[in-house]
Design a protein. Structure first.
Length: 603
């Protein structure tokens, strides 16, 4: 039995984690049977494939294997990388794992853009079941879906703290509704319960050859959003998500089996879930339709929040530029808003609605990057278990990864049906990550930082033989061992030396959480170092940290690079740097104290 605390965690998890996978029953079976003949044998076979896809790719891969690989309670692709890299010897293998994690992040973004489009559009299409709206034009439905998307994204800046508490109860109501309707339908055609036997899934694949193999590319729709179990582990904790998944899994199973039962009785059905609800209780159809739209909006909200989290992780781990971040809650630090990401996502979602027009066509393009993410997760998990000498988990993880690989190959046919869009989006993200990370390394070398020992000799001369300015000056450096060029220009070349000079470094930990700060050893007269260590998921208030440490700065210096290059990749990098806020702007340090020192750099 669940206690009161468990119940609260489960309800919260249903709202924040299971929106995407929970709304898949709206379109999954409908899309599958656009490709497959509706016969009792086919229905049982497809249902069996759905049941075992949920078991293997969600329950085993994510809820069991992946969720045993957290780091301080945090999950996700970056966490897998942080767990795997220390187990490898430095060299090419580390580079491969790093790039693999970048691809995984890019796939999540490619998948995330289609989620709101397909969820909202498929829900809105249910209006055709209502009497008098049967002949409503698809363009009108696209317009309604577009308006809902615009409203959803426009609301992000205000934050979801005030309404987030209703997400869980609404999703619980949604799962109860689809489970109950499934039970009623199964009662009239109990033969669908045979689908729990994996024999029928294997039999379907063996008897349908290549056609059956490509049906897998639509079956995977039932598992989209499964990766959220692991990715959101840090927000809600492992136990509440696992307990919620047991209930959600049963609800999904009942819904899919019920829809299959309905389809056997009504082989001409075109919108299975909605038509089943309408037939069972037409007087409750409109409330159910409204509930389905709310559920898809909640699913989309979870995706948007997830994209903000991924972007923030990318910023703190220095694989993405410093996008401007706004905090939407005074209570919950993790609630953030990134304007650039928000509006880029909205444009992409609206484009997806306009380009594909119907949810069935979106479904034909959906799943490629999802299965790509599952394969990458599986590969990284397998190696972690192997290096940790956990033999049983290594073998099971290899088997699960093989299944995910089969789904990925099956989804390759979607490339010609619009799947290339999600792949192009993922490729764009990956290109930007690689350009930015390599650009940062190239820029750092081009700036020719000065060795600390050389700097200290020159600094001591400047400090003792230069007229010093009253007050404290702050300088930011990635590492104390090498002093950035803007600091040497300021102090040594221009003779701007304050009585108290503090070098501030921010060290990103391998762990997701934890913040600490302290003054390190005194380097020289008038020169101190202040180090801040933070987990890559932490959202820090830099001004508050400095104030708490008793630092009352008069001036803050920071470096500005004027990049000159003929290389196309570095030109893109230069544009990224110019468009993103500087370090001091990103951390919202006092604008009347900051002074940028420009350094011309040839790359």
């Amino acid at each position: 039995m669940f206690n009161k605390r468990d119940l609260g965690g489960i309800i919260k998890s249903t709202g924040l984690v299971f929106g995407d996978i929970g709304t898949s029953p709206i379109y999954t079976l409908t899309v599958i049977f656009l490709l497959t003949a509706v016969t009792p044998a086919n229905v049982i076979g497809v249902l069996s494939l759905i049941v075992w896809t949920l078991v293997i790719l969600v329950t085993i891969e994510y809820s069991w294997l992946a969720m045993n690989l957290g780091k301080k309670g945090e999950g996700g692709t970056i966490v897998l990388k942080e767990l795997l890299v220390p187990l490898l010897k430095p060299g090419r293998k580390v580079v491969i794992v790093t790039i693999l994690s970048y691809i995984g992040i890019s796939f999540l973004v490619g998948d995330g853009i289609i989620t709101p489009a397909i969820s909202i559009l498929s829900a809105v299409e249910g209006i055709r079941i209502i009497q008098g709206f049967e002949s409503i034009k698809q363009e009108t439905l696209m317009l309604i879906a577009g308006v809902i998307a615009i409203c959803l994204f426009s609301f992000q800046k205000k934050g979801t703290e005030k309404i987030a508490w209703i997400f869980g109860p609404l999703m619980v109501l949604w799962f109860l509704a689809i489970a109950l309707s499934g039970i009623v339908s199964i009662f009239y055609t109990p033969s669908v319960l045979k689908a729990i036997n994996p024999y029928y899934a294997i039999n379907f694949l063996l008897h349908h050859g290549w056609a059956g193999f490509f049906v897998l590319s639509e079956v995977i729709l039932c598992a989209t959003g499964g990766e959220a179990l692991y990715a959101d582990m840090g927000h809600l904790g492992r136990e509440p998500i696992l307990k919620a998944w047991r209930l959600v899994f049963v609800a999904l199973l009942l819904s899919y089996l019920g829809q299959g039962a309905f389809l056997i009785r009504n082989p001409d059905s075109h919108n299975i879930l909605y038509e089943m609800i309408f037939q069972q209780a037409h007087f409750l159809y409109v409330p159910f339709f409204i509930l389905s739209i709310m559920a898809t909006v909640i699913a989309s909200q979870a995706m948007i929040s997830g994209m903000f989290s991924i972007a923030y992780q990318a910023i703190t781990t220095r694989i993405a530029p410093l996008f401007k971040i706004e905090y939407t809650s005074d209570v919950i630090k993790s609630q953030i808003y990134i304007s650039f990401v928000n509006w880029l996502l909205l444009i992409a979602v609206l484009f997806a609605i306009l380009e594909f027009k119907e949810s069935s066509r979106l479904a034909a393009a959906y799943g490629l990057t999802v299965t790509g993410t599952m394969v990458i997760t599986g590969i990284m998990m397998t190696f972690i278990f192997y290096f940790k000498k956990q033999v049983v988990k290594t073998i099971i993880s290899m088997c699960v990864t093989s299944v995910a690989m089969i789904f990925l190959i099956s989804n390759s046919y979607k490339l010609s049906h619009g799947g290339y869009w999600s792949l192009l989006i993922a490729l764009f993200c990956l290109s930007m990550i690689l350009i930015y990370t390599n650009g940062q390394q190239k820029l750092y070398k081009s700036l020719s930082p000065m060795d600390i020992n050389v700097f200290l000799k020159k600094y001591n001369l400047a400090y003792h033989f230069t007229n010093k300015i009253e007050g404290t000056a702050l300088f930011f450096a990635r590492s104390i061992s090498n002093i950035p060029q803007y600091i040497t220009h300021t102090m040594l070349d221009n003779g701007i030396v304050y009585k108290d000079n503090i070098l501030v470094t921010i060290v990103i930990l391998d762990n997701p959480f934890g913040v600490a700060s302290l003054f390190k050893e005194k380097l020289a007269d008038g020169l101190r170092t202040f180090e801040i260590t933070m987990g890559y998921m932490e959202v820090i208030d830099l001004s508050e940290i400095l104030k708490t440490a008793g630092i009352d700065e008069k001036t803050i210096f920071y470096g500005v690079e004027d990049i000159v290059t003929d290389n196309p990749a570095w030109k893109i990098f230069s544009i990224m740097k110019k468009m993103s806020p500087s370090f001091v702007q990103f951390h919202e340090l006092s604008p009347d104290k900051i002074h940028g020192v420009v350094t011309r750099v040839e790359m």
